[in-house]
Write a protein that binds this ligand. Structure first.
Ligand SMILES: [Zn+2]
Length: 353
């Protein structure tokens, strides 16, 4: 059977329209659906929302038993309510009399749906997943470093990139702010600050993953990462606890790398993390770590400990000789495609057609 893997991307465009009235109606429909669990748009005809949109809301709020209250209702328009003019890069939604110009990639197969909130239209499109390309070697990404989110080493050029130095500083700063607020009992603000920190880190992870994938793209290499679960097992013997290691941001960065790499057909592989920081990246013998410095008594090689580790990761054989590109893909992940547009959110949902 011939199967094609698809990805779903979501792009956000500012719609510059006032939909507050429609959103109010949508809120009413959602409340009605919660109350009655009705699925018929005839039942909400009196509210006055276009039936195509009302149907979507009814479906969502009457189906999901976990939904207890109405929150952030959007106007969701399904595929059949959307017209696309690819030549002029325009999307037309007749039931809302809305025209949108888009600048994102034009090679999508179809628009799945458009969701409209107060300011933005989120356009979900399906694209063919690019096939994995043939590469000349790998770059290694070390995420368990002495002071960066990631250190990237390319053994074929000898170049090292150190990315995200500010992460630990950001974390400390916000931790202190939160502690202060907690003492004063301002828990609402604590939550807000937490949210702000995760936005900053998310943004940072986007930039770092972009840089890593672009580096692989430019050098036509694949990307090697350490197996995250294995690192946790080895962490004590390795470099002690690091802020990034046990946090969601660590996993988020990995998801972003996987996703961005996949869009360009760049292979991502996982390796066993054991001894990536202890061995010499030139001769393979056990070296001596002294803080940030690595020294090899066998060949005399001296390097920054993180650079040495990233080269080891890049050179290490892939587990079982196979690439684990899609390890987490079935769960779907959230990410942002880089486009000329505003900030975007996107979901990867590989489907087999
Ligand atoms: Zn050596």
């Amino acid at each position: 059977m011939n199967s094609v893997i698809c990805m779903i991307l979501t792009y956000k465009i500012k719609h510059n329209r006032d939909f507050s009235h429609e959103l109010q109606l949508a809120h009413k429909v959602a409340e009605f659906a919660l109350r009655t669990r009705s699925r018929s748009s005839k039942d909400v005809k009196h509210i006055g929302l276009k039936s195509m949109i009302a149907n979507q809301i009814l479906r969502k709020y009457s189906k999901d038993k976990k939904l207890k209250c109405v929150r952030r209702v959007v106007l969701a328009v399904p595929n059949q309510g959307i017209h696309v003019d690819k030549e002029n890069q325009q999307i037309n939604i007749p039931c809302l009399k809305l025209d949108l110009n888009y600048q994102f990639r034009n090679d999508f197969k179809k628009i799945n749906q458009v969701e409209i909130n107060k300011d933005y239209a989120s356009i979900s499109v399906t694209i063919d997943e690019p096939s994995t390309r043939k590469v000349d070697g790998y770059i290694g990404v070390d995420r368990n470093t002495t002071g960066h989110i990631a250190v990237v080493g390319n053994p074929s050029t000898g170049k090292v990139l150190k990315l995200g130095k500010s992460a630990e500083h950001i974390h400390k700063k916000y931790k202190n702010i939160r502690r202060g607020l907690q003492k004063k009992g301002k828990y609402g603000l604590v939550k807000k600050i937490k949210h702000r920190e995760s936005n900053i880190v998310r943004d940072l992870n986007h930039k770092i993953s972009r840089k890593i994938v672009d580096t692989a793209d430019k050098n036509n290499t694949g990307i090697k990462l350490e197996d995250i679960k294995q690192i946790r097992r080895h962490v004590k013997s390795r470099r002690g606890f690091r802020y990034s290691l046990n946090s969601w941001s660590y996993y988020q960065l990995e998801q972003m790398i996987l996703y961005k790499a996949k869009l360009l057909g760049i292979p991502v592989a996982y390796i066993e993390p054991a001894y990536t920081s202890q061995n010499c990246s030139l001769c393979g013998h056990l070296g001596i770590r002294n803080g940030k410095e690595f020294k090899c008594p066998s060949c005399g090689h001296v390097d920054h400990a993180d650079s040495n580790a990233s080269f080891n990761i890049a050179k290490r054989q892939v587990k079982d000789g196979r690439l684990c590109v899609d390890r987490d893909a079935h769960k779907g992940s959230t990410d942002t495609p880089q486009t000329a547009m505003m900030g975007t959110t996107s979901t990867v949902e590989p489907n087999v057609l």
